[in-house]
Design a protein. Structure first.
Ligand SMILES: *[C@@H]1O[C@H](CO)[C@@H](O)[C@H](O)[C@H]1NC(C)=O
Ligand SMILES: *[C@@H]1O[C@H](CO)[C@@H](O)[C@H](O)[C@H]1NC(C)=O
Ligand SMILES: *[C@@H]1O[C@H](CO)[C@@H](O)[C@H](O)[C@H]1NC(C)=O
Ligand SMILES: *[C@@H]1O[C@H](CO)[C@@H](O)[C@H](O)[C@H]1NC(C)=O
Ligand SMILES: *[C@@H]1O[C@H](CO)[C@@H](O)[C@H](O)[C@H]1NC(C)=O
Ligand SMILES: *[C@@H]1O[C@H](CO)[C@@H](O)[C@H](O)[C@H]1NC(C)=O
Ligand SMILES: *[C@@H]1O[C@H](CO)[C@@H](O)[C@H](O)[C@H]1NC(C)=O
Ligand SMILES: *[C@@H]1O[C@H](CO)[C@@H](O)[C@H](O)[C@H]1NC(C)=O
Ligand SMILES: *[C@@H]1O[C@H](CO)[C@@H](O)[C@H](O)[C@H]1NC(C)=O
Ligand SMILES: *[C@@H]1O[C@H](CO)[C@@H](O)[C@H](O)[C@H]1NC(C)=O
Ligand SMILES: *[C@H]1O[C@@H](CO)[C@H](O)[C@@H](O)[C@@H]1NC(C)=O
Length: 425
């Protein structure tokens, strides 16, 4: 029966219309494909019937009544006969003055076959057979990932690819995935409003007019590093002395680092002078001994952490007062007045500011009869800055020193001054 078919091609016409060189259209006179008609049209010209079939991706072939008597009946079939579509001729029936033409490879556009339990072939409209290949990142910022992919292969499309659906979620995250659609033939997407330095799990699927195809394998892409958004935790000061403090801290809380922590910075500022100094340590170290501090001075301590993008916020300033120490200088300008034969009035000035090293509690005035080598000490409570030494011997050479004390002890003695008491009478 097949040998009787008259084949001729409208290749030139169809290649223009269908744009498909790989498929050989088949035209058969006086036969129609029965049972697969899904739409009937009356058209004035054969070309309109071809165009109608071409315009509808579901249309694989058509039957067209050539004679005037048939009024230009154009039947669109959702099936052809060349490919899977039942090579036996039971659908092809003799019908004079009609022409049957198959214009596309059936499976190219529409259907997908599968075998159900009783072994019969069934046909159904379906989404693409395959997923977009080579889903990959082109670049990323701290809050966006720009991805692209390859179009689905022609013979897996099952129709015309209309859009791609990108589903993305935090890797191992518990949030429900987000989805965006892009219209084919665009094969890229910019996923935005992401969180920095987090891994995202991205899949892409293609959709045709019948539905979605399978999702691609997930690709894992990390957004860029940014600066930490929180300071190191639990900044604490240990073992402070008058000139040293040991600062310790914990890591920046997980999720707030926004990248690999490269280093830490300890900033310490002497409050009185507002003089700030900075020390940096590597990422493995989470303590710093700050030395050469002023004694009995107020400092504020702040710690911050840096990624490659820079430092994040500093911790809340921690106030520290260094410990007191003994004064590092004696009371200044010690003077004596020898008004009487048994007394000497001693006056002095405070230890210079900055050398007190703490709160001056008292002064010890030591006086020695130079010739007899007899020493006496009087303790004077601060802030008094003078003492009347009484009960002295007349006309005697005394050496006198003064020293200041904090809670820690006494500082150096002032240089000795020598005073003679007045003659008796
Ligand atoms: C990311 O890649 C796209 C496509 O190659 C390009 O147009 C864009 O400028 C790139 N952006 C950055 C920030 O590199
Ligand atoms: C990545 O996404 C896919 C599809 O959404 C999901 O099946 C898979 O479990 C995800 N993997 C992780 C680690 O989140
Ligand atoms: C994407 O397209 C699907 C179906 O075409 C639709 O259900 C979904 O709402 C769309 N999603 C977005 C974010 O536009
Ligand atoms: C993606 O969006 C982000 C944020 O809007 C933007 O900074 C980035 O340049 C965009 N990337 C591309 C490749 O357009
Ligand atoms: C503080 O100093 C003491 C004694 O020197 C030492 O045993 C202790 O470990 C130090 N504490 C810290 C936190 O370094
Ligand atoms: C801060 O210290 C508290 C109490 O010791 C502790 O529970 C917490 O885990 C610490 N934080 C960090 C980030 O180490
Ligand atoms: C004073 O006495 C001390 C010890 O008490 C002694 O070291 C010192 O040399 C004596 N000085 C004089 C001038 O005698
Ligand atoms: C100061 O003088 C008092 C009284 O003489 C004495 O007890 C004390 O030890 C002296 N302090 C110092 C630091 O020498
Ligand atoms: C010091 O004490 C003596 C004896 O008590 C007294 O005569 C003298 O006026 C006093 N000097 C001063 C400055 O108070
Ligand atoms: C008191 O003694 C010192 C030291 O010995 C001496 O330099 C000074 O001249 C003496 N002063 C008087 C008035 O004798
Ligand atoms: C105080 O006393 C007089 C005599 O009365 C001396 O001449 C002075 O030298 C003395 N002054 C001192 C500082 O010793």
């Amino acid at each position: 029966m097949l040998k009787n078919f008259l084949y001729f091609t409208l290749l030139l016409l169809l290649n223009q219309v269908v744009g498909m060189a790989t498929f050989q259209p088949v035209t058969i006179n006086n036969l129609v494909l029965a049972g697969r008609v899904y739409q009937m049209l009356y058209v004035g010209e054969w070309l309109i019937c071809i165009q109608a079939c071409y315009d509808d991706p579901r249309c694989t072939s058509y039957n067209y009544g050539i004679s005037a008597a048939d009024n230009g009946l154009c039947e669109l079939n959702d099936c052809g006969f060349q490919d899977w579509c039942e090579r036996d001729t039971k659908y092809l029936i003799y019908f004079p003055n009609f022409v049957f033409q198959e214009i596309r490879k059936f499976s190219f556009y529409i259907m997908k076959k599968d075998n159900n339990q009783d072994g019969k072939k069934t046909f159904s409209f379906s989404g693409p057979n395959d997923y977009p290949l080579n889903v990959r990142q082109l670049n990323q910022t701290t809050q966006s990932i720009f991805i692209t992919w390859d179009a689905v292969e022609d013979n897996e499309k099952n129709g015309k690819i209309l859009s791609y659906k990108i589903t993305y979620t935090l890797f191992n995250g518990k949030n429900s995935p987000r989805t965006i659609n892009v219209t084919a033939p665009i094969v890229h997407a910019n996923l935005t409003q992401l969180v920095s330095y987090r891994r995202y799990n991205i899949t892409v699927l293609a959709s045709n007019e019948h539905g979605d195809g399978p999702g691609s394998d997930s690709v894992i892409v990390r957004t860029d590093t940014s600066k930490p958004i929180a300071p190191p935790a639990n900044v604490t000061v240990f073992n402070k002395t008058s000139t040293c403090i040991l600062v310790m801290w914990n890591k920046v809380p997980y999720g707030k680092r926004k990248g690999h922590i490269r280093q830490y910075k300890v900033e310490y500022t002497e409050v009185a002078s507002n003089y700030a100094q900075i020390r940096e340590v590597g990422d493995k170290t989470r303590h710093l001994m700050v030395v050469d501090l002023k004694k009995n001075a107020h400092y504020t301590i702040k710690v911050s952490a840096a990624t490659v993008k820079g430092y994040g916020p500093a911790s809340q300033p921690l106030s520290v007062l260094t410990e007191q120490d003994v004064p590092s200088a004696p009371p200044q300008i010690v003077r004596a007045v020898n008004k009487t034969s048994t007394s000497i009035l001693i006056r002095w000035c405070e230890v210079p500011f900055g050398q007190k090293n703490g709160h001056i509690l008292s002064y010890n005035v030591t006086y020695t009869m130079v010739n007899q080598n007899v020493t006496t000490t009087k303790q004077i409570e601060a802030p008094t800055l003078q003492v009347n030494l009484t009960g002295l011997r007349a006309n005697t050479n005394y050496s006198i020193t003064v020293m200041a004390s904090t809670i820690t002890g006494h500082g150096p003695a002032s240089p000795a001054i020598y005073v003679n008491t007045q003659m008796e009478g």
